[in-house]
Design a protein around this ligand. Sequence first.
Ligand code: NDP
Length: 333
Amino acid sequence: TRQWRLASRPTGEPTDENFELVTVSRPEPGPGEVLVRTLYLSVDPYMRGRMRDAESYAEPWGVDEPMEAGVVGEVVESNHDGFEAGDVATGNLLWADHAVADGDELRQVDPELAPVSTALGVLGMPGITGYFGMTDVADPDPGDTVVVSAAAGAVGSVAGQVASIAGARVVGVAGSDEKCDWLTDDLGFDAAVNYDTTDDLTVALTERCPDGVDCYFDNVGGPITDAVWGQLNRDARVAVCGQISLYNATEQPTGPRKLTQLIQTRASVEGFLVGDYQDRWDHALERLGGFIQTGQLQYEETVTEGLEAAPDAFLGLFEGENVGKQLVKVGER
Ligand code: NDP
């Protein structure tokens, strides 16, 4: 069986050199463990942090060690009461064809309910991040103007639609016209800005947010965030979900910027982590599943074929190559 290992730690943007595909013997499940054959694996922006040798909310990967990932796979062999061969399970496994995990750490996926890949996207960690970040942290009132950055990504696309469902006016920021059209034509966003082709993002935002910004769901940081902060209203709320524009930076910009804006607006800024919502995970899944059924929530997946292409799929996140959730398809069911 094959698995990807971290060959070396990147400086700045990762390259192919930082990853190594090795062939190892297929692991055997121990007591309470389950052997899973990967169907889909998830590449996620936070993995850039795990390539770094620094304290973070996710532990660094060891050099020459296998890399972990959210996986949906088929159970091949189980020493755990909750699973039997043929079940579809999801959990934190490896960038690999096969991996074993403690059955207590896995969840069943019901293939009748939705395509199994959604357990890594709209009905998985990213969807739940968008859901709680919007409902608990940004918490818009009906009629509020909400801006979402990386709006056409896995988290942003859910966050924006959850805000729409709550009755807010939603404006997305994304990196291509194709993505912006998807947001407004298919996802029901009220407006979108392509930050890549806009000469002046402040002007573009002012046009699309004539009443200012009440909530900002931030996935990116950097210049996009600076421009949105300039539009914040009195008592605005900023939910800091991610800062992808800084993940490959070799030097962090000095200090939090634009803080005077917070004084003028009495805005509040709150970071959050989806991991803190474990006990309400099922509640979010129920809500999101319901929104999909009623047609209020649309989703997209960008599927890259083959385990060997996993690093490219991961690196594509930093180039904006994905629409919706970026997945790697590793095996057939
Ligand atoms: P996405 O599916 O949104 O993929 C990343 C997207 O970010 C790209 O498609 C690209 O879209 C955009 N992007 C990349 N580089 C830049 C840049 N320099 N400036 C602006 N936009 C950029 O990923 P996820 O939905 O999985 O994650 C989104 C964010 O949420 C990340 O920051 C991630 O770390 C964070 N996150 C936080 C969690 C939490 O618990 N707090 C949990 C999960 C994710 P475009 O074409 O628009 O540029």
